[in-house]
Design a protein around this ligand. Sequence first.
Ligand SMILES: [Fe+2]
Ligand SMILES: [Fe+2]
Length: 400
Amino acid sequence: MYEQIERIRNILPPRVQNRVDAVLEAAEIFTEMKSASVMRSVAPSAIRGLLLKSGKFSETADMPANHSAHFNWAYPHDHPEMHALYERAKIGQWNGSSLPWNTSVDPFNPEVPIAPLDLIDLGAADKLGIKLTASEQPRMIHSMSSWMLSQFLHGEQGALLAAAQVTESVQFFDGKLYGSTQVVDEGRHVEVFHRYLNEKLCKMYPINDNLFVIIDALMTDSRWDMKFLGMQIMVEGLALGAFGFLYQNTKEPLLKELLKYVIQDEARHVHYGVLALKEHITEHLTPKERAEREDWAYEIALLMRNRFMAYEVYDEWYAGTSVTRDQWRQLVMQSPGMQRFRAIMLSRLVPNIREIGLLTPRMRPHYDQAGMGAYFNGLAAPELTGEQMIHDLDEGKIAA
Ligand SMILES: [Fe+2]
Ligand SMILES: [Fe+2]
């Protein structure tokens, strides 16, 4: 059947071919997913994000929430480690307005790059038939940096609303107090990334469809632990790696300072997710429920690794031209900067999946086959504070 589709596709004009490709990519998700229960739980979000493009066609989105808000009138001190994180979070508060916003930023200056210049490999672009003139090259790097930071911003908005949800639904009272600090942290992250994009890069991209799918899936899931797994481990874990990558690679001092503060907050958030889930997953779930979470985490990791392809940049630059989505995907896959970006995202994520008990002997071969085996023994959030992470990034001990 695929050969027939391919034959029909090839006789269509490029503009229509690209639309067909986008629909086929959405359909591919369902053929790639091995677990029926994961497919069932993600399907409505995938339809909204990938087929209906709900993140792109409107400036607003309403996601129905149907979790329980859990109250406790006895106010117990029920989790000393979460309480310790709460104390650290209060001391670690900072004001986004106090960053050196008067720094002059020229996003087109290759001497002070916002992001590594090999995010798009110009040599590979040439070989793939994607021609970029000398004046287009710095514009393309600006587009890629703006795209990356835009996804950070949209992820932060997801984190802000999800942090509010998990604060409502978490069963530990110390978790609720800690969660209140995360809500403030995420609000500040939205503030600083939005201001940086708006004032310094002067460009913003819509949310990536796959990021929309993940956020939609966890916001609409009624199970509290799926919200924690989706936001605190998967999205925040990947974000922590992504921020570390950019922190280590940017030469722009304002962005570097901004990321230094954000990374220290995010390390606490992932730590909180690990504390909330570790005991729950290993001791309170049935084998079937646990297997579903193992599969879910793996499928989401793959989704982000395989599909975070900057198609929003493609749509702006090449939609309707002879450059196809497939050529663009190959370029993004081959560009060394994007390869390092994906590697460091996963290197921060996989150890936390292990720490909460989801990297089971059943799952290890799958991760191994997908090229993530190298991260099995990395440091998880409880072993790596934000301060230590910044120190290690500065010393080059964490490869990014
Ligand atoms: Fe954040
Ligand atoms: Fe966060």
